[in-house]
Design a protein around this ligand. Structure first.
Ligand SMILES: CC(C)(COP(=O)(O)OP(=O)(O)OC[C@H]1O[C@@H](n2cnc3c(N)ncnc32)[C@H](O)[C@@H]1OP(=O)(O)O)[C@@H](O)C(=O)NCCC(=O)NCCS
Length: 183
């Protein structure tokens, strides 16, 4: 079988962990999600509202069960990257944000970012997405896109700061598509 035109032909390299400083001075580590992160991911999901679950699962609305969570932390290295932001709290790791993309056959990738409500407005969404965009570029993604409610001021501002263009959906004025060409 011929390799896909937009896929790197060499084996995919893991994304290195990166320590970042937020605007309140706290530090978190951005790293790839691992198969051993089940408990961290479950704790994270417990702190999110059902609306936020839809972002984390790229659209799933029902309550996630353990199989759904295992699917989240098991990523296909050929076409997916999931990055977690990990804080140390009382000597324990705590997942406080996550960003992911999944590439389709055209070389475009659906992406989403979700930050723990307690950790929002500290620059974490921007730092996580910047790292995700870098990973997407390395993995040969041509275009990142996300679909979100037009009323969501946080995602609108974040997308704008990252250079995404927003495109109204002709059939649904309540929805915006965000797009970023990265090649
Ligand atoms: C959208 C979201 C990811 C932003 O994360 P965050 O860590 O709070 O974002 P940052 O702190 O990096 O802020 C980025 C910019 O957005 C602005 N912003 C963040 N939340 C905002 C809000 N609720 N209202 C207005 N502006 C907001 C920040 O002020 C900042 O702008 P600035 O650089 O001009 O100061 C977070 O609110 C979230 O998880 N929302 C639910 C899921 C979601 O909407 N995902 C996006 C769709 S895929």
């Amino acid at each position: 079988m011929q390799p896909h035109a937009d896929r790197p032909s060499s084996p995919v390299r893991p994304i290195a962990a990166l320590s970042v400083c937020l605007t309140d001075g706290s530090r978190v580590t951005i790293r790839q999600i691992e198969e051993t992160d089940l408990a961290l991911e479950q704790d994270f999901l417990r702190r999110l509202s059902p609306e936020f679950h839809a972002y984390r699962f790229l659209g799933l609305i029902r309550d996630p069960d353990e199989t759904d969570v295992r699917d989240l932390i098991h990523t296909d290295p050929e076409c997916e990257v999931s990055l977690a932001a990990i804080a140390r709290h009382d000597g324990m790791d705590c997942q406080v944000g996550v960003a992911r993309f999944r590439r389709n056959e055209d070389g475009d990738a659906d992406c989403a970012v979700t930050i723990d409500p307690q950790w929002q407005r500290l620059g974490l969404g921007r730092l996580l997405m910047a790292r995700l965009i870098e990973a997407a570029r390395i993995r040969g993604v041509r275009r990142l896109f996300a679909i979100d409610a037009a009323r969501c001021a946080g995602s609108h501002r974040l997308a704008e700061r990252l250079g995404f263009r927003s495109c109204p959906e002709p059939d649904d004025p309540a929805v915006l598509t965000y797009e970023l060409d990265i090649r």
